[in-house]
Design a protein around this ligand. Structure first.
Ligand code: 5GP
Ligand code: ZN
Length: 111
């Protein structure tokens, strides 16, 4: 999508601190980390938010979800991690391209 920052990162038109890439997803460091480790798991397909997903996205969403424990392990998050999916304006979503946040490294504040 033309004006989407994450699509531009996927297309390598914008730089990112890349952690992982495969045929379905790209994972890079959040530019304004809210924890010692803060990664963004982003599908290559432009989907606006979790609210726009349906059963057609089941394989992709499972792939994103299953990437989390592997990424956490690779990042040394042996004692746990947090996953956040902000959805829509009231959910605090800033970038309208669905993404999972992976946060960890030290004890995170209670929600
Ligand atoms: P949201 O609020 O949409 O769930 O999260 C968007 C996240 O993307 C924010 O944590 C923000 O810091 C991050 N972000 C925004 N622009 C960029 C960027 O250009 N590069 C990277 N790596 N992260 C970004
Ligand atoms: Zn996009």
């Amino acid at each position: 999508m033309t004006n989407c920052i994450f699509c531009k990162i996927i297309e390598k038109q914008l730089p990112s601190d890349l952690i992982h890439e495969d045929d379905k997803i790209i994972v890079f460091k959040d530019i304004r980390p809210k924890a010692k480790v803060h990664l963004l798991i982003v599908p290559k397909e432009h989907i606006k938010s979790l609210a726009e997903t349906n059963t057609k996205h089941a394989t992709l969403l499972a792939h994103m979800l299953l990437a989390l424990p592997e990424l956490a392990k690779a990042q040394g998050l042996a004692h746990g991690f947090r996953t956040v999916i902000n959805t829509g304006v009231e959910g605090g979503q800033e970038i309208d391209h669905i993404h999972f946040h992976l946060l960890g490294g030290g004890i995170l504040p209670k929600m």
